[in-house]
Design a protein around this ligand. Structure first.
Ligand code: 5AD
Ligand code: SF4
Length: 348
C-alpha cells in the first residue's frame, strides 16, 4: 500500500471503513486464524521517574496517591490468573530505575517463573538498561511492551520534557530485539498536533523495526497534565469521533501490513464508546488484556481520565472480556500463552 492509500484508509468511514476491516479480517483469518488470547494485566505500581506531558501518573502530578503492591498481593493476582487460565501476565508500572525497584521486579519475575512455569510473562516498565533487561530475560520474562508514542522527533519533543529522549527509547527497543524478547511497540493516536503523515511515519517505523506485537491506543485527555490544558481539551472533545475512528483504522492497517503480529485492543477505546474494545477486535486486534489489578488500586492508576473498569473487580473482568471477544465473532482462547507468530517466523 502506498502512502496515498494509507492516508485514504486512515480517514476511512462508512463503506470504505467496512472495506478496510474486511481486508484486515481476511488476512487475520489467513495468517493467524480467529483466536483471541488473554493477558491478565497487573498495574503493580504507579510510581514513575518520568514526567510525560500527557500522562496522569507523571512524577509532576502531586495530586495522586502513590502505591506499590507487595509481593504477596502480586502473588494473589498471579494465583487468580492461573485459576482463570488467562495464560499470560503483563506486569505494568511507571518507569523506575533505582536498585531497589529493579531488585523487586527481578524477584517478581523469578517468582512467576518458579511458581507458574506455564505462564507467559510480558513486562511493560519503561526504558530499562540493557544489562538489567538481560537479567530479566534470563529470569524468564520473554515479552516486552514499550510504546514509541510518536516516531516524529519534533512531536515527541513537544509532549515530553527535554530530558526524555526518543533516541534512548529507540535504543531500548533495539536492545530488546537483540536480547531476543518478543518486542511490542505502539503509539498514541490523536495527540494534539499529530498529523496523518505522522501516523503514516509511525506505520513505516513499526514495519522497519519489525515488531512482533503492538499495543496502541487513542490519546485521552487528563486535566492534571500539561497536555490536558483547556485549549487541548476543547479540541479533543470536538475531535473524539475522529480520534476513535482513526485508531481503529490504524489497527486495521497494521494487521494488513504485518498480518502475523499480535495486536492488543486498548482499554482506552472504551472511553469513547461502551464497546470500543470490541471495535478494535473487529478491526484486526487479536489480544485482550483484562485487568487483574485489585479494585482498591485501580483509581490510582489513571494514565488518562474516565478510565473504564475502575469500579470493577478482577472477577468482573473475566466474563466481560470473554463476551467482548464473542461480540466481535472471534474465538476466546483460555489456557494458552498465545505467543506472537511474527516472532516465531522470525526465528524460522
Ligand atoms: N492517553 C492515552 N494513553 C496514555 N498513556 C499515557 N498517558 C496517556 C493518555 N493521556 C499511554 C502511553 C504509555 C502507556 C503506558 O500509556 O502510551 O506508553
Ligand atoms: Fe511514566 Fe509511562 Fe506515564 Fe511517561 S507514560 S509518565 S513513563 S507511566
Amino acid at each position: 500500500m502506498n502512502d496515498q492509500e494509507l492516508k485514504k484508509y486512515l480517514q476511512a468511514k462508512g463503506n470504505l471503513q467496512t472495506e478496510l476491516f474486511t481486508k484486515a479480517n481476511k488476512l487475520r483469518e489467513e495468517y493467524i486464524g480467529n483466536d483471541v488470547h488473554f493477558r491478565g494485566i497487573i498495574e503493580f505500581s504507579n510510581h514513575c521517574e518520568k514526567n510525560c506531558d500527557y500522562c496522569g501518573i507523571r512524577s509532576g502530578n502531586k495530586k495522586i496517591e502513590r502505591y506499590c503492591m507487595s509481593k504477596e498481593e502480586i502473588k494473589e493476582c498471579l494465583d487468580f490468573i492461573d485459576q482463570v487460565k488467562y495464560g499470560s501476565v503483563v506486569l505494568q508500572s511507571g518507569e523506575l530505575t533505582s536498585p531497589a525497584a529493579k531488585k523487586f521486579l527481578l524477584e517478581v519475575v523469578q517468582l512467576i517463573n518458579q511458581e507458574y512455569p506455564e505462564m507467559g510473562i510480558t513486562l511493560s516498565c519503561g526504558e530499562l538498561d540493557s544489562r538489567f533487561l538481560k537479567e530479566l530475560k534470563e529470569a524468564g520474562a520473554h515479552r516486552y511492551l514499550l510504546r514509541i508514542e510518536t516516531s516524529n522527533p519534533k512531536l515527541y519533543e513537544k509532549i515530553h520534557p527535554a530530558s526524555h529522549s526518543l533516541k534512548n527509547r529507540i535504543k531500548t527497543l533495539e536492545n530488546l530485539k537483540k536480547l531476543d524478547y518478543q518486542v511490542g511497540c505502539g503509539n498514541m493516536v490523536g495527540i494534539p498536533g499529530q498529523t496523518l503523515d505522522d501516523l503514516i511515519t509511525d506505520l513505516h517505523f513499526f514495519q522497519d523495526l519489525d515488531f512482533d506485537m503492538f499495543g496502541l491506543g487513542p490519546y485521552v485527555i487528563h486535566e492534571d497534565t500539561p497536555l490536558g490544558n483547556s485549549k487541548n481539551k476543547k479540541w479533543w472533545v470536538a475531535n473524539k469521533e475522529e480520534i476513535f475512528n482513526t485508531t481503529l483504522n490504524f489497527i486495521a492497517l497494521l494487521r494488513i501490513l504485518i498480518p502475523t503480529a499480535n495486536i492488543a485492543t486498548a482499554t482506552a477505546l472504551d472511553v469513547f464508546k461502551p464497546q470500543g474494545r470490541v471495535w478494535a477486535l473487529k478491526a484486526g486486534a487479536n489480544i485482550i488484556m483484562p485487568s487483574v489489578t485489585p479494585q482498591k488500586y485501580r483509581d490510582k492508576y489513571l494514565l488518562y481520565q474516565d478510565k473504564p473498569c475502575v469500579d470493577e473487580d478482577p472477577t468482573d473482568c473475566i466474563d466481560c472480556t470473554i463476551e467482548k471477544v464473542k461480540m466481535a465473532r472471534l474465538n476466546p482462547v483460555l489456557g494458552k500463552q498465545g505467543n506472537s507468530l511474527h516472532y516465531k517466523n522470525r526465528h524460522g
